[in-house]
Design a protein around this ligand. Structure first.
Ligand code: NAD
Length: 521
């Protein structure tokens, strides 16, 4: 920290934040409601940093309790109007939002790369994910269908239908600052809900830029004011949003600890939560696998996004006959990973998000070694001009190490060797989290065993595909401590609506269900 930023970096930062009419080191509003940014939010000041240099990017004025209350009130007002707009017309607005993100894809990707530190290719992919979910939501807006169920009563019709739910509070993590909130808002909007978004306080600039896109697209339409933004710390702004009785649904993305907090707060007031929490994902490589495929998948899963994906590969389970050979190929591949400026096209691994994240990496490694882990690749914090850089790391670990059960949010891969697929499945399933998993094999029997009811217990189970890089369309989410939420496809839209069961009597009798008799005149 504290090293002078190179002049060309200064120009680059000016250009990237300038694309959203912001200036480096300026003070900006982190609160928006009613279709505009609040002029003078009342919360504390928050700085956001360039993880490549450790320098401050901008100062953000955060939301006070009153600002959150005002944002929710405005979102509630917008909901009363928005829920009456026919769903396909709501879909038309989401189509335009998708186009808005298409138009600003490169600008937003560069800003994501700057503030979050993920490489440009992944940042572009992240914006593409927003575009893809918008496309999905547009089609969904014509498919918010219920069911007709055969009634046991003569001249009765029994149906199930779906209505808009209300104000959705979206609490999002730093590592997917636009895609994961997008999974929520794109579907929530076509479902007729409005949004109050509390992004990570580590990536406020990205959320301000996204909010500007929302304003540009929705100004003067039925959707004006459907998005509110409240930037601020979890313990302050997040807690205020969790406690607000006017918010019937919280979509929360973050650590397992966050999930516990959200569950407690929303259940106290009988609200709903969609939880997308931490992962501790394993790849299993059997002796009959295509090793080239597996090596590439493991490197992307463990090193991509500097190990800061919920789906990052954190555990590698190798069948003994190929274990040493695989590790040789893997470490050779690790050596080719270029670490550096995430905005440079040749970089494969950028910095971690913050100095705290570097400390977590350092402390995690000390603990792993104390518990018997052996570092076989990497293991060092890198001295790079104030940036938050570490080496991607491989640790030979043992099954009983308590730290293996935790998600250390850094590019650290635990390696284990096993004899059988049964042992591999048990090991895969032995952690508290249950997000993503991948098996590499050419055996149909092993693949089907992995996908069977006695196979992987994760929400995502792949064959010859790594743990990272899910596509829009399939339901995304995990079991156990990962929270059970599902988003981004399949029937995830149902989470954003309220279900209503209706019985209609078109006869002249009043028969009761289950043959109950209750004769009154
Ligand atoms: P985090 O839990 O530190 O923070 C997530 C969000 O919760 C932030 O906006 C934060 O301000 C807010 N928050 C924190 N305490 C709060 C409180 N008491 N009340 C309300 N809000 C509060 O997570 P992070 O470091 O930003 O992101 C990394 C974590 O997110 C990892 O565990 C990762 O696996 C997980 N993640 C999960 C998914 C998924 O889909 N399953 C996706 C992305 C990230």
């Amino acid at each position: 920290m504290g090293v002078k930023v190179a002049t060309n970096r200064e120009a680059q930062v000016r250009e990237i934040v300038g694309a959203f009419d912001l200036s480096p080191a300026s003070t900006v509003s982190g609160v928006a409601y009613g279709g505009a940014f609040a002029a003078n939010p009342g919360g504390a000041m928050l700085d956001t940093f360039d993880p490549f240099t450790g320098e401050v990017l901008v100062h953000v004025r955060t939301a006070s309790e009153q600002d959150v209350a005002r944002a929710v009130a405005d979102a509630e007002k917008a909901f009363v109007r928005w829920r009456t707009v026919p769903a396909p017309q709501r879909g038309e607005i989401v189509r335009r939002l998708g186009d808005g993100f298409r138009r600003r894809k490169e600008d937003l990707a560069r800003l994501i790369s700057l503030e979050n530190g993920k490489i440009l290719s992944e940042a572009r992919g992240e914006v593409q994910e927003v575009i893809d979910i918008c496309d999905l939501a547009v089609g969904q807006s014509r498919q918010l269908f219920g069911k007709e169920i055969a009634s046991e009563r003569r001249d009765h019709r029994l149906i199930e239908q779906w209505h808009p739910l209300g104000v959705v509070g979206i609490i999002s993590a730093f590592n997917f600052p636009v895609a994961v909130p997008g999974w929520g808002w794109a579907l929530a909007l076509v479902c007729g809900d409005t949004i109050v978004w509390k992004p990570s306080s580590l990536t406020p600039l990205i959320s301000i830029a996204a909010q500007k896109i929302f304003h540009d697209v929705t100004a003067g339409t039925d959707a004006e004011g459907v998005f509110s933004l409240v930037i601020g710390r979890g313990a302050a702004v997040g807690e205020t949003l969790l406690a607000d009785e006017r918010v019937p649904l919280i979509q929360a993305t973050g650590s397992c600890a966050l999930g516990e907090r959200v569950s407690a707060a929303v259940s106290k007031r009988s609200a709903k939560a969609i939880l997308e929490l931490g992962g501790n994902n394993a790849v299993v490589v059997l002796a009959d696998a295509d090793l080239s495929l597996a090596v590439r998948a493991v490197v992307f899963g463990a090193v991509g996004t500097a190990g800061q994906r919920c789906t990052s590969t954190r555990r590698l389970i190798l069948q003994k006959p190929i274990a040493e050979r695989f590790l040789e190929r893997l470490t050779a591949a690790y050596q080719t990973v270029r670490i550096g400026d995430p905005l440079d096209a040749h970089t494969l691994m950028g910095p971690l998000i913050s100095s705290d994240a570097v400390n977590d990496y350092r402390e995690g490694l000390v603990e792993m070694q104390k518990q018997g882990g052996q570092v076989i690749y990497g293991g060092k914090v890198l001295d790079r001009k104030g940036g938050y850089f570490v080496e991607p790391t491989i640790v030979k670990s043992t099954v009983g190490m308590p730290i293996v059960r935790e998600e250390v949010f850094a590019p650290i891969l635990h390696v284990f060797a096993v004899d059988t697929i049964e042992e591999a499945i048990d090991l895969n399933n032995s952690v508290p989290q249950g997000l993503s998993s991948g098996l590499f094999t050419t055996s149909l029997t092993s693949a089907e065993r992995w996908l069977s009811a006695t196979g992987s217990d994760c929400g995502i189970a792949n064959v010859n595909v790594g743990t990272s890089g899910a596509e829009i369309g399939g339901a995304f989410g995990g079991e156990k401590a990962t929270g059970g939420g599902r988003q981004a496809g399949s029937d995830a839209w149902k989470g954003y609506m309220r279900r209503q069961t209706c019985t209609i009597n078109y006869g002249s009798d009043l028969p009761l269900a289950q043959g109950v008799s209750f004769p009154v005149d």
